[in-house]
Design a protein around this ligand. Structure first.
Ligand code: OFO
Length: 169
């Protein structure tokens, strides 16, 4: 059985993962309208990935005798201006989520909930991957700058980057 404090913290993370999915969906849609088809596909996959993070939490809370709350979400920004802004926002967002996961781990330790602590290790590893991938993408974009040919190749190649491993497939 989950302690109330753990249940509340997990429910708050459910909202955060759902909001991440929504934000990346808005980014994907913006990229699609800019003719950045590869970037759009990458972000659609990223949005799905975040929904999966949310679902894992929903099912875990319910399995442990808690009640998962399906949250109301805020409308994400719809204009990202340019690719570097978009991916910087994504990187900042992932850094924030990593902080949330760390706080959750901390709560589990202070409440001596080692089962949830164990469950969260998957999220800890996932955040390392997602942050690293977002940093690699930002490095590439900073290198390309305003070069149109470079941006064309970036958009073509990003479609084949796997979100979970960050590897080219
Ligand atoms: Fe759920 O990993 Fe990104 O936010």
């Amino acid at each position: 059985m989950l302690k109330d404090k753990i249940e509340a913290a997990l429910n708050s993370q459910i909202k955060s993962e759902a909001q991440s999915s929504q934000i990346y969906l808005a980014m994907a849609s913006w990229a699609e309208t800019q003719g950045l088809g590869g970037t759009a596909q990458f972000l659609y996959k990223h949005s799905d990935e975040e929904r999966m993070h949310m679902l894992k939490l929903v099912q875990y809370v319910n399995e442990r005798g808690g009640k998962a709350l399906i949250p109301q979400l805020e409308q994400p920004t719809k204009d990202f201006n340019k690719l570097t802004n978009l991916f910087q926002t994504l990187l900042d967002h992932e850094v924030m989520v990593s902080g949330e996961i760390n706080d959750l781990v901390d709560i589990c330790l202070s409440e001596k909930d080692y089962t949830t602590h164990n469950f969260l290790q998957w999220y800890v590893a996932e955040q390392i991957e997602e942050e690293a991938l977002a940093r690699t993408i930002m490095d590439k974009l900073n290198m390309i700058g305003e070069d149109k040919g470079g941006l064309y190749l970036f958009d073509r190649d990003i479609e084949n980057i796997s979100i979970t491993t960050g590897e080219q497939v």
